[in-house]
Ligand binder design. Structure first.
Ligand code: SF4
Length: 250
């Protein structure tokens, strides 16, 4: 097989091919066509657990990595442990830098994120964005569990696109799947899932920044609910932004 060298062209090719493939075939095609390290970052939510299952059960050479912010729910650690036990494989972890975290807490307090958006962005920067950078260091491709219909921000995403600043191909193999289909898949395959999903938590992040949804609320309404804008993000998935201030919350 001839490998495509130009990453932009490769991303375009993957994007077109993925339209007619299953999620498993998308991961296998990605692995076949992209040289070097591929990283899947998981938050251990419903979508990410489906991808972890596909990667682990089919022995696809993709590194599964989570960002442990230090503020996760106990239920998230439970599903992390259960997943490693079920598949006999390691979910690698990146942690915030100790000195940066100490400085953050010194400057804005342990729960400063409730008091100013700037403080929230600082916290996401130290606990998520900087560790994400280390998780993706040297990777050729980055797999995520994003779905296109999760929020307004995510409409119009591609299956695969080249991120020029990160210098890698970002891949969303579940882009066109509905949440219900993913839930059925996980049920059918005995995939461990976070116990909080059954308690009204659809999108699960850090414990102090995630609440259960009320009936009829949009899927991501339970994240940073005290902020009044409608496009809240932590900045992990804002394309080609290098700083939290630029990248988050837009
Ligand atoms: Fe900090 Fe909340 Fe962002 Fe987690 S989600 S990193 S606790 S501000």
């Amino acid at each position: 097989m001839t490998m495509i060298q130009d990453p932009n062209l490769l991303a375009e090719t993957l994007d077109a091919e993925f339209a007619v493939l299953s999620p498993l075939e998308r991961l296998q095609t990605l692995r076949d066509k992209v040289k070097g390290r591929i990283v899947f970052t998981t938050s251990l939510g419903l979508e990410d657990q489906m991808l972890t299952h596909l990667i682990f059960a089919n022995n696809i050479k993709i590194d599964v990595v989570t960002l442990d912010t230090g503020r996760l729910f106990p239920e998230t650690y439970d599903v992390w442990r259960e997943t490693e036990e079920k598949y006999g494989k390691r979910i690698h972890a990146k942690y915030p830098q100790a000195e940066a975290l100490e400085n953050l807490i010194e400057e804005q307090g342990i729960d400063g994120f409730y008091y100013a958006k700037e403080f929230r962005l600082n916290c996401c920067g130290v606990r998520k964005i900087e560790p994400l950078g280390r998780a993706l260091e040297g990777a050729s491709a980055w797999v995520t569990g994003l779905r296109g219909d999760q929020s307004q921000n995510r409409l119009g995403m591609a299956f695969a696109s080249y991120e020029t600043q990160k210098k890698l191909i970002k891949v969303n193999p579940l882009l066109d799947l509905a949440r219900e289909r993913i839930a059925h898949f996980n049920d059918d395959h005995g995939v461990p899932i976070n116990a909080l999903h059954a308690k009204g938590f659809l999108s699960i992040g850090c414990a102090p920044c995630t609440r259960a949804l009320q009936p009829g609320e949009p899927e991501r309404a339970g994240r940073w609910w005290w902020e009044d804008d409608t496009k809240r993000e932590c900045g992990l998935h804002v394309p080609d932004r290098t700083t939290v201030a630029e990248g988050a919350g837009i």
